[in-house]
Design a protein around this ligand. Structure first.
Ligand code: DGY
Length: 420
């Protein structure tokens, strides 16, 4: 077996705890993270289907009664992570954060089912999983899109997964930091602070969190009165694709899909309103402050993953995507390097992330096979050359953030082993 495949498997099993997997083996993220776990499950599916299903099952064990799947589950409450379970003060059966993360589970599960032989016992487990995923999608529709626009809101930058992206600069600037705010960051003791979000970002993350907590995470109330309410195009692209995949899963298991089908129709129609014809790009929208967000983030291209049925727009997007990184040795930088907010080393403000490349590679498969292959090859090369890190410089591939990073290992396995 190829050495890198072995290494990737070792990282995943090395980071595995009881039924779930840490994003990394250092102390940066000592819990179960929502979208990390989904990517991790896909990685496991290449060598241990039961681990894959267990990872997803454990994540869904933390689902709230109303349907939300939290962004963090604190299985081990004795860690230095901030904000920890007491800072959030919520959870259902498992202590958790009070916000969610990009809903990629349905798409991941569909891929896992498509390429694996499933036993009868696994089929029963999968059906239970699908029912829970459906409940979480209905939660999004009910509480994050109360006006049925077809697009859902995120109420904290952490919900996007791309925490300190420059996409959030304007909406975050409007958040008035709580007076005498007190907390102790732990992340910047583990990782070079120059590669992590700024203190002022954390002040606002904590301010928003405290506000949600004060409102008891009441989903109706926080949508109306939250300090941050953004329709992010990347997040909605993931949700649209996940809804499409969920419909297929529901039909396969003889479950009702009409509500989701109906929602997909609304989304497909309305998401096109977020396309800026002049710039040839999708934009996000700050719902709280009623303002367009036109920042050249790579996540705007996740719409390719959603497979919208509009060849003209897809072609324009691909043309612009090819210009996202003209001068850099490694792509895709999270923010386009000529933008004023670009920072080569700071987390989501410039570095290359394997999951973004993966989304775009997947999205391009049926639209520009040659380019899609190129993205896949160069992503594989980057990982093989620089290791399984959290993120990388687009200029020289310098690895940054956590090492032994689970989703980089998991998605490497998918890129390397999926038959395309
Ligand atoms: C962190 O702690 O940096 C995480 O990204 C929040 O989800």
């Amino acid at each position: 077996m190829n050495k890198f495949i072995k290494d990737a498997q070792k990282i995943l099993t090395g980071n595995r705890k009881r039924g779930y997997t840490l994003p990394t083996n250092n102390k940066l993220y000592p819990a179960q993270w929502n979208w990390d776990s989904a990517f991790i499950a896909l990685g496991y599916s290449y060598f241990n289907l039961n681990f894959a299903l267990k990872e997803i099952k454990t994540l869904l064990d933390g689902q709230w009664k109303d349907g939300m799947v939290p962004h963090i589950l604190f299985h081990n409450t004795d860690t230095n992570y901030y904000p920890n379970h007491t800072a959030w003060n919520c959870g259902n059966k498992i202590r958790s954060s009070g916000i969610t993360q990009p809903p990629i589970l349905a798409s991941i599960l569909k891929q896992i089912i498509d390429k694996n032989k499933i036993t009868k016992k696994q089929k029963l487990e999968i059906k239970k999983i699908i029912i829970k995923i459906k409940k979480s999608h209905e939660w999004f529709i009910q509480y994050r899109d109360p006006n049925k626009t077809g697009l859902v809101s995120i109420l904290h930058p952490w919900e996007s997964g791309y925490d300190n992206s420059s996409l959030w600069d304007e909406p975050m600037n409007k958040v008035i930091i709580e007076k005498n705010i007190q907390y102790k960051r732990a992340d910047n003791k583990v990782i070079n602070p120059e590669h992590r979000p700024l203190n002022i970002d954390y002040d606002r993350y904590v301010t928003i969190k405290n506000d949600l907590r004060k409102k008891k995470y009441d989903p109706k109330k926080i949508f109306r009165t939250g300090l941050f309410n953004v329709i992010d195009i990347g997040f909605n692209s993931i949700f649209l694709k996940a809804n499409k995949d969920l419909i297929i899963l529901l039909n396969k298991f003889n479950l009702n899909s009409s509500k989701i089908k109906n929602y997909v129709k609304i989304t497909e129609r309305n998401i096109l309103k977020f396309f800026d014809k002049k710039k040839g790009t999708f934009f996000s929208f700050d719902l709280r402050n009623k303002k367009k967000i036109l920042v050249p983030s790579i996540t705007n291209y996740l719409i390719l993953f959603a497979d919208i049925n509009n060849r003209k727009i897809n072609n324009v997007l691909i043309k612009n995507l090819k210009k996202h990184n003209l001068k850099e040795k490694y792509f895709f930088s999270s923010i386009k390097p000529n933008h004023k907010s670009f920072e080569e080393k700071r987390y989501w403000r410039g570095p290359v992330w394997i999951n973004c490349n993966w989304f775009i590679y997947k999205g391009l498969k049926n639209k520009d096979g040659k380019y899609s292959k190129k993205i896949k090859q160069s992503t594989i090369k980057l990982v093989e050359k620089k290791g399984f890190h959290e993120y990388y410089s687009c200029k020289n591939g310098k690895p940054m953030g956590a090492n032994n990073f689970s989703w980089s290992a998991a998605l490497y396995l998918d890129l390397k082993l999926s038959n395309y």
